[in-house]
Design a protein around this ligand. Structure first.
Ligand code: PMP
Ligand code: GLN
Length: 389
């Protein structure tokens, strides 16, 4: 047997995702899982029923069309128009993917060449690093630093080189909860235009903004023609297991992403695509109630963590709160998270794994608040024991 490593070198050291590791730990120890970001109640009943109806009617049980079913592409285009005034042609400018995860992978594999540089906010969502590496490109982090977690746009300017091909922007940002302001977006857009960069925007938390408003970068001058926007039904409709995501962009950009996507999954989630088409057309009250519910839960968890001795950084968006564990006399988030289930029956995520500069995130720990109120209350009461016990 050859001694050559089995795993392709671009994936070396990536092992098991932190989400899988921590969810397995939650199951093994029977802990409350505030780690991996998934809700503990399913999305709207009528959307679930729409999936059952599609399945029974034989809609989508065989390969759906490569770009996604027309009903869903139309619904995505209507959603972009309704919330942002952006017009996309459902036939050429919308692509359905297997969650945002596949959209990210397909976009990066399609748009990058080996040696290209990609600037992304650090801490970055774990699949960014893996997909940039699989494309043979190089990630260049722009570190968001506590306590504000705002991007330093002068630093961004200094990171751009002739090899920079793409900005990978995530707003609202996982795990810090930063929501980019119109001024920050305007500067990003100016830099992208000035340096002729492509932009991929991960907007999966677009409907979870509590402070400020979500503005898609594609709406800014000069951006539509260079931006691939990504979102997903997992977060907005609380069906993370369905893996229905989508991409919007110009026909040329969407065609490029589709070329890569064809050879990743070809298609996915047939009957669920019909259900998500209905979900996207839910009335404004659905979106407002969803946001209000998570807003209450954010306040509950931020307040509870603070009372339990954490330094909690109130997120402007997403369903995660990043904390600093230093006030608890702790230094290392990874060690802390590995011990937490044994110590008090709660699971969280160490932010250090989302950093190249692990030191910058060493004492940060992320908690998810997309859980029932009683679960959040019980978790907080368990975490209080860290100080007393
Ligand atoms: N991007 C970010 C920032 C995320 O937090 C997630 C996790 N939902 C994804 C992408 C992946 O989304 P999906 O589950 O639709 O693949
Ligand atoms: N997006 C989810 C999170 O940040 C995890 C999704 C996954 O496990 N890949 O928690």
């Amino acid at each position: 047997m050859s001694t050559r490593p089995l795993l392709n070198r671009s994936l070396a050291g990536m092992g098991t995702t932190i989400f899988a590791e921590m969810s397995a730990l939650a199951t093994a120890t029977g802990s409350i899982n505030l780690g991996q970001g998934f809700p503990d109640t399913d999305g709207p009943e009528e959307v679930r029923e729409a999936a059952v109806r599609a399945l029974r009617a034989g809609l989508g049980n065989q390969y759906p069309p490569g770009p996604g079913i027309p009903e869903l592409r139309q619904a995505v285009a209507e959603h972009q128009q309704r919330f942002y005034g952006l017009t996309y042609d459902p036939d050429t400018e919308v692509l359905v993917t297997a969650g945002a995860t596949e959209a990210i992978a397909a976009a990066l594999l399609a748009l990058l060449e080996p040696g290209d540089e990609v600037i992304a906010f650090e801490p970055f969502y774990d699949s960014y690093a893996a997909c940039i590496a699989m494309a043979g490109a190089r990630r260049v982090p722009l570190t968001l630093r506590a306590p504000s977690f705002r991007p330093d746009l002068d630093e961004l300017r200094s990171l751009i080189t002739p090899r920079t091909r793409l900005l990978l922007i995530n707003t609202p940002h996982n795990p810090t909860g930063t929501v980019l302001t119109p001024e920050e977006l305007a500067t990003l857009a100016e830099l992208a235009v000035e340096h002729d960069l492509l932009v991929v925007t991960d907007e999966v938390y677009e409907h979870l903004v509590f402070t400020g408003t979500h503005h898609p970068l594609a709406a800014l001058p000069g951006m539509r023609e260079r931006t691939v926007a990504i979102s997903s039904a997992g977060k907005t409709f609380s069906f993370t297991g369905w893996k229905v995501g989508w991409v919007t962009g110009t026909p040329e950009l969407v065609a490029a992403v589709r070329t890569a996507k064809q050879y990743l999954t070809y298609v996915s989630a047939g009957p669920f695509q019909y259900a998500v088409a209905e979900a996207l057309r839910l009335p404004d009250s659905y979106y407002a109630d969803f946001r209000a519910d998570l807003h209450r839960k954010r306040d509950l968890l931020v307040g509870g963590l603070t009372a339990a001795g954490f330094r909690a950084f109130e997120p402007q968006g997403t369903y995660f709160v990043t904390t600093d564990i230093t006030p608890l006399g702790e230094k290392d988030g990874l060690e802390f998270c590995r011990a937490l289930p044994e110590r008090c029956g709660v699971v969280a995520i160490p932010n250090a794994v989302f950093y190249d500069d692990a030191e910058a995130g060493r004492s940060q720990v992320r908690f998810a608040f997309c859980k029932r109120v009683e679960v959040l209350e019980e978790a907080v009461s368990r975490l209080h024991a860290l100080r007393t016990g």
